[in-house]
Design a protein around this ligand. Structure first.
Ligand SMILES: [Cu+2]
Length: 511
C-alpha cells in the first residue's frame, strides 16, 4: 500500500476525565469498544478497538502518590477483529474469543490490579479468567514522574488486542518535575509509535499464517509481525506544526515486534531526560535513540532558530533487529515530520536542566540472590518455533519467587539467534552490563564462559528501566529490588508474538 507521507496532522490523544475526584481518591471508567477511525487521508476508515471511543486510548494524567481507581470496561463485540490461533496457550477454543485485561506497563501496583494474563474478562464481566479478582483496579502511583502506558495483556491474544488498538498513555507528574521547568503544557507531547498493515478497504491486516503456511492449521501465530506503515498517535506518517522553541517528546514504541532507531534528519542532537521509569540524573545528548517494543525515552528537541525548516524523524532499525532487512529509506525510514511553521507564541523559558533527580546506583554486592535465566527455543508439534524463558512453559511451576525487599541480579542468557526485549512487572531495574559468551559450551555443559569484555549499558539506558534489550548470544545482567507489594506478577519478552507463544513466566514476590 502506497500512502502519501506527512498529509495528516499528528493527533494528540485527549486527556481522560475522572468521574469522581476528591482529596482521597480519583475514580475513572475507561470503556473498550469497536469503532471506525480514519488512520490516513487516503485510506477508508479502519475498524479498530480503543478506549472511550479513541485509538490510541485517552491519556491519564495523575500526580505521584495520587490514589487512582480505574474500572476497565469491556464493551467489545463477541467476534474478534483479527485471526485467533486456537492452538496456543490460553487461546484454546474453550476460552471466549474476545477477552481483555489491562496492564499498566511500568507501574508498581498490587498484584490484583496488575492485569495478570489469566485475570481476563469479557463484555459486561460475563465471563472471567481463573485469576480474575476485581472489577476496579487500584493504582497507588508510588513512582516519581514518568511515562507509563496501559495496554491489553490477555494470555494468548495480547498481540491481537494491542494491534487492534488497546493501548494508551498514563503519565505521572510530580513537584520535582515542575521545579525543573521542562517544556510543558502543549509543548509536552506523547508519541506512540506503531506499525500496521492495511487491506485496500482500510481494514487492519494481520497475517493468518506464517510465511510458509503451517500444515494442518488454518490459522497460525507468526514468529514476528512487521507492518508496512508507521503510525504515530494513530495516524500513518503524520506531521506536526511546531514553534521555534523546545519541546518535550515522550517516545513510546508500542509496536508488536518492530524496533526503531530514531534520528532527526537535520542531524541535530536531542536531549534524553527520562528512561522507561522516569527522569535521569542528567540529560544526555543523543544523535539516535533505539527503542525496542515497550521501551520509552523522553527527549527534548530544540527547534529554536529553525523557522521554516522541515525536520523528519527517521528510523534505520532493520527488521528483525538488528540483523534483518535494512529499512527502505522511503518507507520505514521515515516516522513523522516536524514543520517549524508556527510563530513563537511566548518566550521559551523552559530549560534543559543540568541536574534532575538523584540516581542511586545499585551495587551487585547488595544482591542476596542471583538467577541464571536462559532465553531458549524449541519446536512444537507443528514444527513451529517456540520461544521460551528458562526453557519453561507458562504453566510450569513458579520458579522466580523473590522475597519482598530482596535485591537480585538476573543473568538473561540469550541462547537464541533473536533479540528479546525483556520486561519485568512490579519493579524497575538497572542494566549492569552485557557480555558475549560461549553459547555451545553453555548449551552442552551449562558452564557460563565469557568470550568478551563486559560492556556497560549505552548512555540512553543509564537510568531506571523496566524493559531491557537482551541481544542474541549475550548475557545481559540487570539488578532490582522486589517490592513494595507481594503477589503474583509476570516477566516476559515484549515482542508480542513471542510473549503470546510462549515467552512469559509468572513471577511471585513472597513475604
Ligand atoms: Cu522475544
Amino acid at each position: 500500500m502506497n500512502l502519501t507521507k506527512f498529509v495528516d496532522k499528528l493527533p494528540i490523544p485527549p486527556v481522560i476525565k475522572p468521574l469522581r475526584k476528591d482529596s482521597n481518591h480519583t475514580y475513572y471508567e475507561a470503556t473498550m469498544t469497536e469503532f471506525k477511525q480514519s488512520l490516513h487521508r487516503d485510506l477508508p476508515e479502519t475498524t479498530v478497538w480503543g478506549f472511550e471511543g479513541v485509538y490510541p486510548g485517552p491519556t491519564f494524567e495523575v500526580e505521584s502518590g495520587e490514589k487512582v481507581f480505574v474500572k476497565w470496561i469491556n464493551n467489545l463485540p463477541e467476534k474478534h477483529l483479527l485471526p485467533i490461533d486456537h492452538t496456543i496457550h490460553g487461546a484454546h477454543t474453550d476460552a471466549p474469543d474476545v477477552r481483555t485485561v489491562i496492564h499498566l506497563h511500568g507501574a508498581s501496583v498490587e498484584w490484583e490490579s496488575d492485569g495478570y494474563p489469566e485475570a481476563w474478562f469479557t463484555n459486561g464481566f460475563q465471563q472471567t479468567g481463573p485469576y480474575f479478582s476485581k472489577e476496579i483496579y487500584r493504582y497507588d502511583n508510588y513512582m516519581p514522574a514518568c511515562t507509563l502506558w496501559y495496554h491489553d495483556h490477555t494470555l494468548g491474544i495480547t498481540r491481537l488486542n494491542v494491534y487492534a488498538g488497546l493501548a494508551g498513555f498514563y503519565l505521572i507528574r510530580n513537584q520535582r518535575e515542575r521545579e525543573l521547568y521542562l517544556p510543558s503544557g502543549r509543548f509536552d507531547i506523547p508519541l506512540i509509535i506503531q506499525d500496521k498493515s492495511f487491506n485496500p478497504d482500510g481494514s487492519l491486516l494481520y497475517p493468518r499464517q506464517q510465511e510458509k503456511p503451517v500444515p494442518g492449521l488454518e490459522t497460525s501465530i507468526v514468529p514476528e509481525f512487521f507492518g508496512d506503515t508507521i503510525l504515530v498517535n494513530g495516524k500513518v506518517w503524520p506531521y506536526l506544526n511546531v514553534e521555534p522553541r523546545k519541546y518535550r517528546f515522550r517516545l513510546l514504541n508500542a509496536s508488536n515486534s518492530r524496533f526503531y532507531r530514531l534520528r532527526l534528519d537535520s542531524g541535530q542532537l536531542f536531549y534524553q531526560i527520562a528512561t522507561d521509569s522516569g527522569l535521569t540524573e542528567s540529560p544526555v545528548g543523543l544523535h539516535e535513540v533505539i527503542l525496542a517494543p515497550a521501551e520509552r525515552s523522553e527527549v527534548i528537541v530544540d527547534f529554536t532558530n529553525l523557522e521554516g525548516k522541515r525536520i523528519i524523524m527517521t528510523n534505520d532499525a532493520p527488521a528483525p533487529y538488528p540483523n534483518g532487512e535494512p529499512v527502505n529509506p522511503d518507507t520505514f525510514g521515515q516516522v513523522m515530520e516536524f514543520r517549524v511553521v508556527e510563530p513563537l507564541s511566548s518566550i521559551d523559558t523552559s530549560t534543559i536542566p543540568a541536574f534532575m533527580v538523584p540516581f542511586p546506583k545499585r551495587r551487585v554486592q547488595e544482591a542476596s540472590k542471583v538467577r541464571f535465566l536462559g532465553l531458549t527455543r524449541k519446536k512444537d508439534q507443528y514444527g513451529r518455533e517456540v520461544m521460551l524463558l528458562d526453557d519453561k512453559d507458562w504453566d510450569a511451576p513458579i520458579s522466580e519467587n523473590p522475597k519482598l525487599g530482596q535485591t537480585e541480579v538476573w543473568y538473561l542468557i540469550n541462547l537464541t539467534n533473536e533479540v528479546h526485549p525483556i520486561h519485568l512487572h512490579l519493579v524497575d531495574f538497572q542494566v549492569i552490563d552485557r557480555r558475549n559468551f560461549d553459547v555451545e559450551k553453555y548449551k552442552q555443559k551449562g558452564v557460563l564462559e565469557y568470550t568478551g569484555p563486559a560492556n556497560p549499558p549505552i548512555p540512553q539506558e543509564r537510568g531506571r528501566k523496566d524493559t531491557v534489550i537482551a541481544y542474541a548470544h549475550q548475557v545481559t545482567r540487570i539488578i532490582m529490588k522486589f517490592g513494595p507489594y507481594t503477589g503474583l506478577y509476570v516477566w516476559h519478552c515484549h515482542i508480542l508474538e513471542h510473549e503470546d507463544y510462549v515467552m512469559m513466566r509468572p513471577l511471585r514476590v513472597i513475604p
